[in-house]
Design a protein around this ligand. Structure first.
Ligand SMILES: [Fe+2]
Length: 212
């Protein structure tokens, strides 16, 4: 995946293994992630992207107060990639996210917002969440899907999207696809739109600056 990403022009990858509080503990997660990094370091070559560690933290009730999730921020940033639940959200869920932002100083990056926009039952609460100072991430896959493309391109154009992810998991059905996703943005909106997204990623990863 790193080789394929490098061929698509990627210089730095944020590794965001899933964290599920219902079946994992932060300390054992960090241990496994550390071991994975060591194994990877042993195989690193000069042409491969740099790896920055993070996590994709699945929302859970009580996350607003969970102290240990501090350790799951993207390295050297205050940003946490948060996956909201694929069920009907409640006001309390949105309140917990607000708590993370306002009381605990997290920069919350909402993972793959396009997946929730497709869930009608959460329409109002998705809008409420987007009104808060959150960063928004979409997956390249959404840009490659004709049903989603128009809407997402409009969001990128309106600067409502801050980060573009590959969501790569393997070299099979979830292979690195940033090159193709970026090509959609370049074709529809021009290089300047891509440059804007790249600048936001660079600011986050190399200076710890969040877009909101
Ligand atoms: Fe996810």
């Amino acid at each position: 995946m790193m080789k394929a990403s490098a061929e698509q022009g990627v210089q730095c990858m944020v590794a965001t293994p899933h964290f599920y509080a219902t079946r994992d503990r932060v300390d054992s997660f960090l241990k496994r992630r550390g071991a994975a990094r060591e194994a990877l370091d042993a195989r690193m070559g000069p042409d491969l992207p740099e790896i920055v560690l993070g996590a994709e933290v699945a929302f859970f009730r009580g996350i607003g107060k969970a102290e240990q999730i501090e350790a799951l921020k993207i390295e050297k940033t205050d940003s946490l990639l948060l996956e909201m639940p694929f069920r009907q959200w409640s006001e309390e869920d949105v309140d917990e996210v607000q708590k993370l932002i306002e009381e605990r100083g997290f920069n919350i990056i909402l993972a793959h917002i396009e997946r929730y926009m497709a869930m009608r039952e959460n329409g109002q609460l998705v809008r409420q969440l987007l009104e808060m100072p959150v960063s928004v991430q979409i997956n390249a896959e959404g840009l490659l899907d004709w049903r989603m493309r128009g809407k997402l391109v409009r969001m990128v154009k309106n600067e409502q999207v801050h980060f573009l992810g590959s969501d790569c998991h393997n070299m099979g059905h979830r292979a690195p696809n940033l090159g193709a996703g970026r090509e959609v943005i370049r074709k529809k909106l021009g290089q300047a739109s891509l440059d804007r997204i790249d600048r936001l990623s660079e600011a986050l990863l190399f200076r710890g600056d969040s877009p909101v």
